[in-house]
Design a protein around this ligand. Structure first.
Ligand code: 6R9
Length: 646
């Protein structure tokens, strides 16, 4: 494929062959948005009862496909079996020790149906049914997907808590949604190491004072010796003797707007936001974007290397690909274990044609060198995807060259937990690609870039990204918090969704994403709240005050820098730094662990007592500090500067 120069740097025009065969058609962009989504909903989703209204839009709440009835599990599993696709592989299951492992196996759609039905029959015995919420706290094992689908089959909303989060996070989320049942696994197995999972959950639930969780279902992953009490039941025992026959547990017909799941995400205050996603619109959105952005065909082998605990796992590991009846890879492990070639072995062994991952993961591979990718036949790759943060142009180039054989187009997909599915992305066979930019709205999506006063900005003017029209997978609010929903997303502008990202149009009309505008840091593509990390730090008895900022990091995108003032005459030692990092890891999870801790007598504050976050950001990034005249005590900044430079 030829490269063309432009004022922005290199661009890559679409492959004419791909333009001919791609699922997405250029005219979709010009379609009326309701017409577009209506035709997609009819084509891709099986409805038990047809809807009568495509869109009922009462800002800020949208209802899509009103009056329609459907079931997410039926769409993801049963209908494929009914359509004669039962023998098709749904999941190539790759365990932690890689594709050569004796435990690697395939699950067909028929087998998936059996597992889901048995699991759902087991859950029914515990009182799970329509509208009864369930928590899921698991690693990347097939039972995690099965558990989500079993909930969906019964009409029970799920909330998946990222398996690397703390037990405290599990308790907080389960209690907020009032989950009756929690599904977890005995131990985690990642990178050759086991870690407590069930015990973490216990500690969190028992430490929370009281909990709504009455039963814990434990999947045996390692068979490790873990404490089990009256509250607990092993999955094997729960489903022992249960039928796996689909008729023994029919898919519950759900209203289009019934809750499918809640996923908690970080906001700029401590309390995580419970993002509400419903059934009909969400499924239409994920199935349509998955099909058109990744150009999936009957024989595609698709691998999304995200985690089930994030929205990417929900939309593009579980629901999107399964609704589309595509064969996927499900990988338990981490990049680099058991060796640096394991990813490429997976691609080679299963003939992966679509790979969707994060800039952070690509940066790790880049650091280890292209020889690992080159040692394997990656010629099956047709489309690459990136998600989670902006992808640096040099990383984009590396990805295309060494993974994409110098020809696979890269779909740099911008979206959020709140948006449910991809909204801004290049399209295969249509878009002339530009490294480092998500570029164009997906059909039916209407972005704008505005200044703080609401003026629509022109070329090269950085402002706030907004969406001026609804889309089917958009959040249906924050759980039990209408006010916070309105304040966070709909108060900056009265007529548009405020995404919280900075953006600009370049001279070709492509959208460049410029990062978050709020107090959220993005480590390895994962959103973490600065406030939550600060709260964890001040839980330590020696800490008086803490403020958290981020600096750029070549591997993780952003890295956390914690500024800490100590109580009394305590001094900052290496042990204390270690203890604080541990404290954060314990309280939130390892991802949130500060890369650097800076100790100071005080934090830089304005006279009105507000911590000057802009300054801390500059300090963390090693930038010029600008005006410090509003500080009470400018000397604290000099002290911090010395430590950062030291
Ligand atoms: C899907 C997901 C959302 C935030 C979002 C933005 C950043 C995601 C991006 C991107 C630039 C991309 N983000 N994809 N920034 N280019 N292709 O990541 O959801 O965890 O909710 O994070 O991630 O800042 O606002 P979530």
């Amino acid at each position: 494929m030829s490269e063309q120069g432009s004022s922005q740097g290199k661009t890559y025009p679409p492959d004419p062959e791909l333009s001919k065969t791609a699922n997405v058609r250029p005219e979709m962009k010009d379609q009326d948005l309701e017409e577009f989504w209506d035709s997609q909903a009819k084509e891709r989703i099986s409805w038990f009862e047809p809807y009568d209204t495509v869109l009922d839009w009462q800002l800020p709440y949208a209802k899509w496909f009103v009056g329609g009835k459907l079931n997410a599990c039926y769409n993801a599993v049963d209908r494929h079996v009914e359509n004669g696709q039962g023998d098709k592989v749904a999941l190539h299951v790759v365990p932690d020790d890689g594709p050569d492992s004796a435990d690697a196996h395939d699950i067909t759609f028929a087998q998936l149906q059996e597992q889901v039905v048995r699991f759902a029959n087991g859950l029914k015995k515990l009182g799970v049914g329509k509208g009864v919420p369930v928590g899921i706290y698991m690693q990347m094992i097939p039972e995690a997907v099965v558990a989500m689908l079993a909930c969906a089959r019964l009409g029970a909303p799920h909330t998946v808590v990222f398996g690397g989060f703390s037990g405290k996070a599990v308790a907080e989320r389960c209690n907020d949604l009032e989950c009756k049942v929690l599904i977890t696994q005995d131990e985690a197995l990642r990178g050759g190491k086991t870690a407590a999972q069930k015990t973490n959950a216990d500690e969190g639930l028992d430490g929370a004072g009281s909990t709504t969780v009455e039963k814990i279902v434990v999947v045996k992953r390692t068979g490790g010796d873990i404490p089990m009490n009256d509250r607990d039941v092993y999955l094997d025992d729960l489903v022992d003797g249960e039928s796996s026959d689909a008729e023994s547990c029919p898919c519950e017909p759900m209203e289009s707007e019934d809750l499918l799941f809640l996923l908690y995400t970080s906001g700029s205050t401590g309390k995580p936001k419970g993002v509400v996603h419903t059934t009909g619109g969400y499924l239409t959105g994920v199935a349509t974007t998955h099909n058109l952005v990744f150009d999936v065909k009957d024989d595609s082998v698709y691998w999304c290397a995200a985690d089930i605990g994030w929205i990417t796992g929900h939309s593009y590991i579980t629901y999107g690909p399964l609704v589309n009846g595509v064969t996927s890879v499900l990988y338990e492990g981490v990049p680099g274990y058991p060796n640096k070639e394991v990813w490429w072995k997976i691609v080679e062994k299963y003939n992966v044609s679509i790979l969707y991952t994060s800039p952070t993961a690509i940066r790790s591979h880049m650091k280890w060198g292209e020889q690992h990718a080159q040692a394997h036949d990656l010629s099956s790759i047709k489309i690459l995807g990136s998600v989670g943060e902006p992808i640096n142009p040099e990383v984009w180039e590396w990805y295309r060259k060494h993974v994409g054989g110098d020809k696979a187009p890269i779909m740099d997909t911008w979206w959020q937990t709140e948006t449910g599915h991809i909204l801004i992305t290049p399209l295969p066979g249509i878009t002339t690609m530009k490294p480092g930019s998500a570029q164009q709205p997906f059909p039916g999506v209407r972005p704008e870039i505005r200044d703080d006063e609401g003026n629509v900005l022109g070329v090269e003017q950085t402002g706030n990204l907004v969406l001026t029209a609804p889309w089917p997978g958009m959040m249906r609010g924050l759980y039990k918090d209408d006010q916070r929903f309105r304040d966070t997303y709909w108060s900056k502008y009265s007529d548009a969704y405020f995404a919280g990202d900075g953006a600009k149009y370049d001279e070709d009309g492509d959208i460049m994403l410029m990062g978050r505008l709020d107090d959220v840091v993005n480590v390895s593509g994962h959103r973490l709240s600065t406030f939550e990390i600060e709260s964890a730090l001040v839980e330590h008895g020696d800490v008086a005050e803490a403020a958290v900022a981020a600096r750029k990091d070549p591997d993780t995108g952003q890295a956390i820098v914690a500024f800490v003032s100590l109580t009394g005459d305590k001094t900052g030692t290496e042990e204390l730094e270690q203890a604080l990092r541990e404290q954060v890891a314990q309280s939130i999870g390892k991802l949130a662990r500060p890369a650097t801790v800076i100790f100071a007598n005080d934090l830089p504050k304005t006279r009105s007592g507000k911590i000057m976050r802009r300054l801390l950001k500059n300090l963390a990034e090693g930038e010029e500090l600008g005006d410090t005249s509003t500080l009470v005590d400018p000397s604290v900044v000099d002290e911090m500067k010395k430590q950062i430079q030291g």
